[in-house]
Design a protein around this ligand. Structure first.
Ligand SMILES: [Fe+2]
Ligand SMILES: [Fe+2]
Length: 419
């Protein structure tokens, strides 16, 4: 997804800029050291560094030395002051000569009391980022041009550090904003998928909620396989959308209250390919969604459709959706057929493991069921999807446990271990 790439990029940039990003402490420390050096190198009695907030139009003191406690920590600037600071650039202003500016009129008293003689606007790339204020020199002499050159060089260093700090804060803010946008986008996508699933299910009045249930079963299987969260989400989405192609199949075929004839059946069996065509142009965060739609009626033994693929040719996600889809078909009432008893469904799954269904998927699915029956899973998803009575069919748990035992040793991996 474009947004996630942007996000990764932004975080990459942040990481590169290293320790200065995360550690506010370092910035304060750096300001303190800079002021210390500046004052020390010219034997200046007092001084301070303030950072300019362009939102509040004020200067906020970062560090001070030798100022008394009553010195204001925040000094406001008006438009005229800002304009003059910009015109002046990064060069010392003699406070005694600058009384025309509102800033120096307002803070006249404060400056006079601390004998502040110079104010250096920190203008970096045509922006004010702060100011340095300096009191008188220890020997009482006025500042000469040589002093001012040194002050300029050091003040520039301070200004660049503040500008960099501002940039970091801006980057952090944007990364945060990007993250929020990405989360919003993800939610929108998930909502859209669910709305789509509901739309698909509306068309098929006999199998109400089918897509949603297939989405949930697919999610359970992916979870049981130990997949990561994004992959589990992808499996759920593939389930939700697997029958999207049915949107173009005639309503009376889908809703036929009898077993459909060959012609109608041919029409209906186009839905996987149509679904694929519908889903392909959509930019999914999960790669296999269109493939799941296309191949969810394929079988391991090659007797499925549309392409009669065999085991290894069928995308894994399609095998998951196929199992979820078949399970839902067996466990819900159809117009011409009642749902089958739970024990029969388990028998069917184990008999068809390796023929229609992938054995490891059947195991994963049964494991999920068994965990819930044993009270080992947090939520009662199967009970919600199948109904309480159905899940509490007598003898179901031992039957599943037995089935799991029966099918497990036939998996390929176990078989090679035996030799
Ligand atoms: Fe289907
Ligand atoms: Fe389906």
């Amino acid at each position: 997804m474009q947004n996630s790439q942007k996000l990764i990029h932004t975080f990459g940039a942040l990481a590169e800029l290293g320790s200065e990003v995360a550690q506010k402490q370092n910035f304060q420390e750096m300001m303190r050291t800079s002021l210390h050096l500046l004052l020390g190198s010219l034997a200046i009695m007092r001084g301070g560094i303030a950072r300019f907030s362009r939102f509040g139009h004020e200067l906020n003191m970062l560090v001070v030395r030798g100022f008394s406690e009553e010195f204001p920590l925040s000094l406001s600037l008006c438009y005229e002051d800002e304009r003059q600071f910009l015109v002046n650039g990064l060069y010392p202003i003699e406070v005694s000569q600058a009384k025309v500016l509102p800033f120096f009129q307002i803070y006249d008293q404060s400056f006079e009391k601390r004998r502040i003689e110079l104010l250096i606007p920190l203008v970096i790339r045509d922006e004010i980022v702060g100011v340095v204020m300096l009191g008188e020199k220890a020997n009482g002499e006025p500042y000469n041009n040589y002093d001012k050159d040194i002050i300029c060089a050091m003040a520039r260093h301070v200004g660049v550090a503040i500008a960099q700090r501002n940039l970091m804060a801006e980057l952090e803010r944007r990364a945060e904003e990007n993250r929020r946008l990405y989360d919003d986008l993800k939610t929108t996508y998930a909502d859209t998928v669910k709305a789509f699933a509901t739309a698909i299910d509306c068309k098929d009045k006999y199998t109400e909620g089918h897509s949603v249930r297939v989405g949930k079963y697919s999610e359970i299987i992916a979870e049981e396989l130990g997949w990561d969260e994004p992959e589990v989400e992808g499996a759920a989405v593939a389930g939700y959308l697997h029958d999207v192609g049915k949107l173009t199949v005639e309503r009376n075929i889908i809703n036929a209250p009898y077993r459909i004839n060959a012609k109608e059946s041919a029409e209906l069996s186009k839905h996987p390919s149509i679904g694929y065509e519908i889903l392909l142009p959509i930019h999914h965060p999960y790669a296999d969604v269109p493939l799941a739609a296309k191949y969810h009626h394929e079988r391991l033994d090659g007797r499925g459709y549309p392409d009669g693929l065999i085991d290894r040719e069928i995308p894994y996600i399609a095998k998951i959706v196929n199992l979820a889809d078949s399970f839902d078909a067996m466990t819900t009432d159809r117009p011409y057929k009642r749902r089958r008893p739970a024990t029969e469904v388990i028998d069917d799954l184990s008999r068809n493991a390796g023929r229609q269904f992938s054995t490891d998927l059947v195991s994963a699915f049964m494991r999920g069921m068994l965990k819930e029956l044993h009270g080992e899973s947090k939520n009662k998803r199967f009970r919600k999807l199948l109904g309480r009575d159905y899940m509490e069919t007598e003898g179901l748990a031992p039957l599943i446990a037995g089935a799991l035992n029966d099918i497990a040793p036939t998996t390929h991996l176990t078989a090679t271990h035996d030799h």
